[in-house]
Ligand binder design. Structure first.
Ligand SMILES: Cc1cc2nc3c(=O)[nH]c(=O)nc-3n(C[C@H](O)[C@H](O)[C@H](O)COP(=O)(O)OP(=O)(O)OC[C@H]3O[C@@H](n4cnc5c(N)ncnc54)[C@H](O)[C@@H]3O)c2cc1C
Length: 397
């Protein structure tokens, strides 16, 4: 019997690490190559909600359910919706909301901080399974239907029978499969952090509440989110040309004046509370230009190479489904590789990959279309009303 193909996973984000855990649990060898120098090399960002039929299923398959339930925050599955003029249309915060009944804790969309998710996905993996500081430059076809990995540091790893691109928006693995590149979604965002709000800013802590506090309007949105470490992360988003954040004339290196100028220019007509969310986010400020792949993006299957997560279907965050789509891919591909290991005579690895992609393409398209619809609704004049209407219909109020 020939040896099991050598597997490389490029990228230690949620999709790559979930796949790694599923493979490890089934005694399948792999190596993850990650650009970041270490797990703590950068701020991992905010919080993600894992759905029962998406991220949660993958976590179960990876054997990490108990760890997940200790890190997840079901009490943050709470929504507040505010019109741009400051009127509160929907608010699930309240004295009773902090306790979620045991049987409902994971039935909806419990939040988990990205950092906590990364830690729980990394914990079971042998340190040598993830190679940090390895930025892939190119995947090069080699002899005997294998591939070599060429890294930016000049090193080369050889002989892979399967290369999985979990390397996100600007995937280098994708370049071997298609010329398609992400395009600008039309939305630019300023991400702002207010740390330790329970101590430093009780008003902000109370106003945003336990979970999400969103406001949508024509061409703009404010989305504030509570993070488990006691901070609040806010995105103030505008529908603007791609170069807006660079060209708008606001000096982002001076956050204090930048925040004021940003509010005066683009949010001056908003309710005072919404303006305070931006003005009082006194810590880190990160500029984000949001890109996406075309809805329905697909490629011609190539034996030994495939994609998952954002590399396969990059979308904006406006339906909050990206990580669930990504982890569902990991579950699907992981199960497929395990089945191949158990019955290699049934299907070639090339067919395993092709069949995975045939399921991935319509699934990715569905998530991407939902996200596109979310973007269009959020950035419209009645965006907040529309979402509040959906909540009222769902909860009968
Ligand atoms: C601002 C913002 C907010 C979001 N909010 C939400 C949300 O609320 N809910 C939700 O479900 N989704 C959200 N998303 C989407 C979610 O973050 C992604 O869908 C998810 O992270 C995809 O996981 P991934 O592992 O496929 O890719 P990534 O998380 O992008 O991970 C890719 C990994 O590959 C590494 N890498 C990249 N290039 C290379 C290379 N050349 N060589 C080696 N390694 C490389 C990167 O360093 C990274 O670690 C948001 C996205 C953004 C941008």
């Amino acid at each position: 019997m020939s040896a099991f193909p050598k597997i490389a996973i490029i990228g230690a984000g949620p999709s790559g690490l979930t796949l790694a855990n599923i493979l490890q649990r089934n005694q399948i060898s792999f190596t993850v190559y990650e650009n970041d120098a270490s797990p703590n090399a950068r701020n991992q960002g905010g919080t993600l909600d894992l759905h029962p039929d998406g991220g949660q299923l993958a976590i179960r398959e990876a054997g990490l359910w108990d760890a997940f339930t200790t890190h997840a925050r079901p009490e943050s599955d709470v929504m507040k919706l505010v019109e741009m003029n400051g009127e509160v249309l929907w608010d699930e915060n309240g004295p009773d909301k902090h306790e979620v009944p045991e049987e409902e804790k994971f039935a909806h969309r419990p939040e988990i901080d990205r950092e906590a998710l990364m830690q729980l996905l990394l914990a079971p993996l042998a340190p040598a399974a993830v190679k940090w500081g390895k930025k892939l430059k190119e995947v090069v076809p080699a002899a005997g239907e294998t591939y070599d990995l060429h890294f930016v540091d000049g090193t080369v790893e050889t002989g892979f029978g399967l290369v999985v691109g979990a390397d996100g928006a600007w995937s280098k693995v994708r370049q071997l499969l298609t010329d398609e590149k992400p395009y600008y979604s039309g939305i630019s965002a300023v991400e702002m952090w207010a740390l330790d709000v329970n101590e430093k800013n009780k008003w902000l802590s109370q106003y945003v509440g336990q979970g999400n506090c969103f406001s949508f309007g024509e061409g703009r949105a404010i989305q504030a989110q509570r993070i488990g470490n006691g901070s609040i992360r806010t995105y103030a988003c505008l529908r603007k040309p791609e170069s807006f954040l660079k060209d708008c004339g606001i000096d982002w290196t001076k956050p204090e004046t930048a925040r004021k100028e940003f509010v005066e220019r683009y949010f001056s007509d908003c309710g005072e509370d919404l303006k305070r969310i931006i003005l009082e986010a006194e810590d880190e400020l990160i500029l984000r230009t949001l890109y996406m792949l075309p809805v329905g993006f697909r490629w011609e299957s190539r034996p030994g190479v495939t994609l998952l997560g954002d590399a396969a279907h990059l979308m904006t965050p406006f339906a909050g489904v990206g990580v669930n789509a990504a982890m569902t891919d990991s579950l699907d591909l992981g199960r497929s590789i395990v089945a191949y290991k158990e019955s290699p005579q049934e299907k070639s690895l090339a067919d395993v990959v092709k069949d995975y992609e045939l399921r991935l393409f319509p699934r990715g398209e569905k998530f991407a279309q939902k996200t596109m619809n979310g973007l269009n609704k959020h950035f419209s004049a009645n965006g907040t009303q529309e979402m509040a209407g959906r909540f009222r219909a769902a909860y009968g109020k």
